[in-house]
Design a protein around this ligand. Sequence first.
Ligand code: NAD
Length: 473
Amino acid sequence: MELPTKLFINNQESSLLQWIRLHKLMIGTVSAASAAFARGPWASFSGAQRAACLLRVAALVEENAEKLAYLESLPTGRPISGIIHFDLKHMVEVFRYYAGWADKIEGRSYNEDNGFYKIVRYEPIGVCAGIASWNATFMYVGWKVAPALAAGNVFIFKTSEKSPFGALALGPLFVEAGFPPGVVQFVTGGALTGSLIASHRKISKLSFTGSANVGMKIQEAAAKSNLKKVTLELGGKSPAIVFADAPMGLAVGGVGSGFLANSGQICVAASRVLVEEKIAKEFCASIVKVFEAASKGMGADIMDPNTQHGPVVDQEQFQRIMKYIELGKKSAQLLTGGERIGNKGAFIQPTLFFEPSLDSPIWIEEIFGPVLTVKTFRTEEEAIELANETEYGLAACIYTSDLTRALRVSSKIQAGGVAINSPFLPEVNTPFGGTKQSGYGHELGKDSLLEYMNSKSVHIKSVFPFLGSYCID
Ligand code: NAD
């Protein structure tokens, strides 16, 4: 049989030789992880010992925050301040949170009522892996690695090819924190490496953060290889609904500045804004002011701790966003922005569109950049209908002073998370995840811990042979 010399991953050509080389590396990585899980000292670590290691990682990350932020900032263009004060701070918080769980994993038991005692145990799954996007690598390390280790698993984390350095620098910190060899491994690489992980038969659980398009390929590869358990944290086109009685300061801050964090490259960014018609003009004028002020600060040194806004991640993403902006100019009113800043790098003016047509790509598709679109509504029912008219269901924001309305509307929104009078931000103790094409499964909270464990039911017949036919009760 003649072997193919080329293969295609995400419609891009890769050579068979490259595949063979990476495949060999992956076999080594997974073998080390399997050995650490089955035979290494980690297998007999108590919950308290695992907690101690997790707490030490948190402390080491805090100590090394500046160096780590620098390494993450270099390839992504993200201002160092956001990485230190948001991503790394959150990662540390997440490790401490799951350290608290490590020695509190419990099961259940049921009284004998039908001739059987029943015990339910929660056990680690084994070799787990994570594949992540580039926009907040340290947060994804926290979300995926910390609960998996708290539950007693071993972990292989693949960074995005666009943000490899920061996560690689975490490796030595895990060693210093006392994790035995093979328990936590960081690998870099692109789609080919990712596809080898997704289809590896000895990886039992995979948590993926990235686009819906790649998420579907991951699920397919998991199903075709070994039916590994999959969590999919995918894209979004999240709505913000601003009612006329909204606390204006919070609404303008959340919809304007909140959206521009990380140059709009945030999965939960509320990129579709629905504003009650009677306040739309005044509201949009305020957002224009926020956007134009942010635009003036762009182009500043991303390593300066005072810089808040940076470029988008690379030329590919830049071209993609500019294409959407050009499409937006044909299907909506441009209120501000719409151009590149300077002629170097990938800086884009924060851009605001108004009243798009309902079939406009800027209204329907995820742009993942500093492009916001506002549409007006007249009634609560109309706002809910427009908010739910999307194939995604990651998050939503509701701005109103009427708590009854906020709760009523939040129950009708099809999304994994709803924030009231704030952008939606992950919290360590509540589950984070999407519905519809934003994926399934959860990160954070107790929910995520359960995703990294298998439940096992043990049934004990209450008649023991050595006791003859006596029942124990
Ligand atoms: P992407 O889907 O292009 O890549 C994500 C990861 O998948 C990368 O590590 C990449 O190397 C890998 N990959 C690519 N092709 C693969 C394949 N065929 N098999 C296996 N792995 C493969 O996404 P991106 O551009 O890095 O990130 C942006 C997207 O991620 C947006 O859609 C955004 O909304 C989403 N995102 C979601 C969340 C969330 O928690 N829901 C968080 C951040 C980003």
